[in-house]
Write a protein that binds this ligand. Sequence first.
Ligand SMILES: Nc1ncnc2c1ncn2[C@@H]1O[C@H](COP(=O)(O)OP(=O)(O)OP(=O)(O)O)[C@@H](O)[C@H]1O
Length: 504
Amino acid sequence: MNEIGLAGLGSTLASLMFLWAVAGKYFPFNLEDLLRRRFVKFTYRFYPYIHVSFPEFTGEHLKRSEAYSAIESYLMSTSTSKARSLRAELGKDSSNLVFSMGYSDEVTDDFDGGRVRVWWSSTKSESKTPTFSIRPAPQEHRFFKLTFHHRHRDTVMERYLKHVLESGKAALIKNQQRRLYTNNPNRDYDYRMLNWSHVIFEHPASFDTLAMHPDKKREIIEDLKAFKAGKEYYARIGKAWKRGYLLYGPPGTGKSTMIAAMANYLDYDIYDLELTAVKDNSALRKLLIETTGKSIIVIEDIDCSLDLSGNRKKKEEKTEEEKQKESLTGKPKEEASKVTLSGLLNFIDGLWSACGGERIIVFTTNYVEKLDPALIRRGRMDKHIELSYCNFEGFKVFAKNYLGIENHMLFETIQRLLGEVQITPADVAESLMTKTSSRGVVEDANACLEDLIQALEKAKEDATIRAVEKAKEDAIASKEEVEDGPNVEKQQSGEFCKNEKASD
Ligand SMILES: Nc1ncnc2c1ncn2[C@@H]1O[C@H](COP(=O)(O)OP(=O)(O)OP(=O)(O)O)[C@@H](O)[C@H]1O
């Protein structure tokens, strides 16, 4: 092209751009938009298909995409009959195989009575870009690809994908084994940087095996049932779909067993949150975001996990033993968690706590009186459940489950003794198991009940001895007080403590 030609082209382009700008300004409709749509329509003549891809990991923190999991589960039912290459995994009760689409395979799916046809394929690609980050990124990128004709765009986007996600999520819950998650202390070494790691949850506890007064049990079951069915109710009253349970009582009274029974009853996963391993409030929030719905988030022994007075303790001096350990291993003592009470309150009912929905938060403690009232007020911990020493009703549950009996001549003695001594359900369970053979068969119910009576009588004796000793100590203390007069020093220090508490 000669110089004149180039100049001509230049001026033509300039005129076109000018006209474009003028047209965009003065035309009554959006010309640019119209032309773009015409162009797209034109290209559809040659290739009328649209693709949507769903990557496995998304976001800055590479969280496994819920959409990917739901599609994977949806395709399990579709692909088994249609795909030619399948992957097999163990199903819910470890006795059946669940099949899913193999990589690089494609299946068709018909929707709307066969009017809409789509194609799904599963692909993986190796990451070729070298990464120089401290935390290596995943080497494999997996995604599902959905292909459909452009004339079905609205149906696919508005109805078909909704159907896939809903059916997939439902199938996921039905097929997937329930999981017990724990916050991952090794996340820095996990390439996916997952905050939670999990094992299959297989605890056999149920409300039938829980030794507890039947009325109390019924009340808890009703509460859980109402919660599970409460999606619309919570939406109507404008509250996040979550509920807090505080389980308190002495060790061995069944707090952990109750959580397992709740999870089995609701068919929920459990997130066992080890608060002392959480670095700070923002790490706590990240953990919360990564939990899924239909789950129970548990913080056991909450009184031991956090300085609940709200005052951080001053940095503790290292002991000689710790200093020695550090010099031997070269590793400094692990930093204490900086999670604060307000961070925890935010976790329970801050704005972030509403993401996901259908979650139960459970705190357990052996010392309810130690907890900050703000933490357990109604609305945060909606239901306070006391698990206490074994009563006769609880014992009857054990007798039925462990020995297969509902009545026995020794029941009367046991009922009397249970009214006189405090014994934990764990101890009762232990006594009833002593005569069970290694095959799990009860060899002699009578002998088991006699063992329990012995344990109860021993507990009664011990309690009497403790009471006598306590009475002696009290008598000595009051005698000393009479002889020496009121202990001024003690009183002063008592007052000092009170003042210190008041100023806290
Ligand atoms: N109420 C109960 N019903 C049935 N079994 C129980 C009950 N309480 C305790 N047990 C039995 O005792 C064992 C210990 O109970 P569990 O761990 O649930 O008690 P806990 O209150 O959580 O104790 P801790 O406070 O020490 O964690 C369980 O394995 C279970 O077999």
